[in-house]
Every structure is written in structure tokens, then in C-alpha cells.
Design a protein around this ligand. Structure first.
Ligand code: GAR
Length: 207
């Protein structure tokens, strides 16, 4: 019998990818993976309601805005790391999390943090590239296709090794919202596949 892999899902908004993970877990698609908690960097987001409805503990850890940016990232990352240690978290999933992780958590959880990004990385990634901004940039660049990427998190922003990608066409007359919607459907598959893959790997390493 393999050990349970406790998953922490980090979110900053609507949480539709968190919902895809919750649904997949209920269908048994995460194997020995269990969503142990959700953590967000802002209050008043719908993702918290999704966690509440699914009986998943949800924590709000806002960044300390009095700190300069580098220290602010470090401080939030250290609080998340502390939580992960206390709760024996085996896998961290960034599912629409807009703060950037830094410092010890990246080292201690190397190969055990994944991020979902709404483009075909390495295109249209990096600091400031999130949500509809990404889709508008793809349209402005005249790209024929876009998609989503699940990748391992390293010390850079959107730079870690790619686990999987799913592609969609960019259609004539697309708006950022229309493209986002098309990509969302692929994200729900990608985030579940990526998480399930990591659960298998982490469970094997800790058996
Ligand atoms: C998703 O499209 C995700 O790829 C994106 O935020 C959205 C969250 O939606 N992430 C980024 O842009 C990270 N750079 P959700 O809250 O409905 O899951």
C-alpha cells in the first residue's frame, strides 16, 4: 500500500482549475493523491467558496505589502513552506496562483512544485504574464495557436522543465476572453494529468 501524497493547491482567483482537481479527486483520478488544503494570497475569491463546498481546509495568506518586493516574495514563500512542513505536504500545485515563490521552498520542494500557465511556454511566460494579458499578447503577436503548459517550478518565472502541454487554435476575430475560454477547457485536463503524473512519481519515491 502506497503512502498518501498530500497536495496543497495554491490559487488566486476563480479556482476553476482547483474545481477540476477536486472533481478528479472525487472520481479517483488522483490515485494516492489527496487535496489536503487550499491556500490563497487574497481573500474574497471564489476559489475559497469552492474549497469550503468540498470540505477542503482553506487558508488566506496575503503578502505583506509593507515589505519590498523581494522580501515580500520570500516572506510569503516561507509562510507557505512552514505550512507544508507542518502538514506533511508532498506536492504543491499552483493552479492560477499569482504570487511568485522564492527561496527555501524552491530548494526544499524541488521536483515537487508544479505550475499551470495559460500559454505554450517558453512563449508568453515570465513576470507580469498572467490571465488575459497572456491571451491578448498571443493575439497581438498573430500566433496561429496557443494552449497551456504544466511545468515544474524552479527559481525562475515560468522557466522550469515542461511536463505537458495542450494546444488550441487561435481563431480569426478571437478576443482574449474567447481564447481564454478555449484554453480553460484544456487546462482542466492538463492540470489533472500533470498532478496525477506527479503523484505517481512522488509516491514511488517515498514508498
Ligand atoms: C488559469 O488560466 C491559469 O492558467 C492562469 O490563471 C488562470 C486561473 O484560473 N495562471 C496564470 O496566468 C499564471 N501565470 P482559475 O482560477 O479559474 O483556475
Amino acid at each position: 500500500m502506497q503512502n498518501t501524497v498530500h497536495i496543497l493547491v495554491l490559487v488566486s482567483g476563480n479556482g476553476s482549475n482547483l474545481q477540476a482537481l477536486i472533481n478528479a479527486g472525487q472520481r479517483g483520478e488522483l490515485g494516492v493523491g489527496r487535496i489536503a488544503a487550499t491556500l490563497t494570497d487574497r481573500a474574497d475569491i471564489y476559489a475559497l467558496e469552492r474549497a469550503r463546498l468540498a470540505n477542503i481546509p482553506a487558508l488566506v495568506e496575503p503578502p505583506n505589502m509593507t515589505l519590498p518586493i523581494a522580501q515580500r516574495r520570500q516572506d510569503l514563500s516561507d509562510r507557505i513552506l512552514q505550512f507544508c512542513r507542518e502538514r506533511n505536504i508532498g506536492l504543491i500545485v499552483l493552479a492560477g496562483f499569482l504570487s511568485i515563490l522564492a527561496g527555501d521552498i524552491i530548494r526544499e520542494y524541488t521536483g515537487r512544485i508544479i505550475n499551470l500557465h495559460p500559454s505554450l511556454l517558453p512563449k508568453f511566460g515570465g513576470v507580469g504574464m498572467y490571465g488575459e494579458r497572456v491571451h491578448q499578447a498571443v493575439i497581438d503577436a498573430g500566433e496561429p495557436e496557443s494552449g497551456c503548459t504544466v511545468h515544474l517550478v524552479d527559481a525562475g518565472t515560468d522557466t522550469g522543465p515542461i511536463l505537458l502541454q495542450r494546444r488550441v487554435p487561435v481563431l480569426a476575430g478571437d478576443t482574449a476572453a474567447a481564447l481564454a475560454e478555449r484554453i480553460h477547457h484544456e487546462e482542466y485536463i492538463a492540470i489533472v494529468e500533470g498532478t496525477a503524473l506527479m503523484v505517481v512519481q512522488i509516491a514511488a519515491n517515498t514508498a
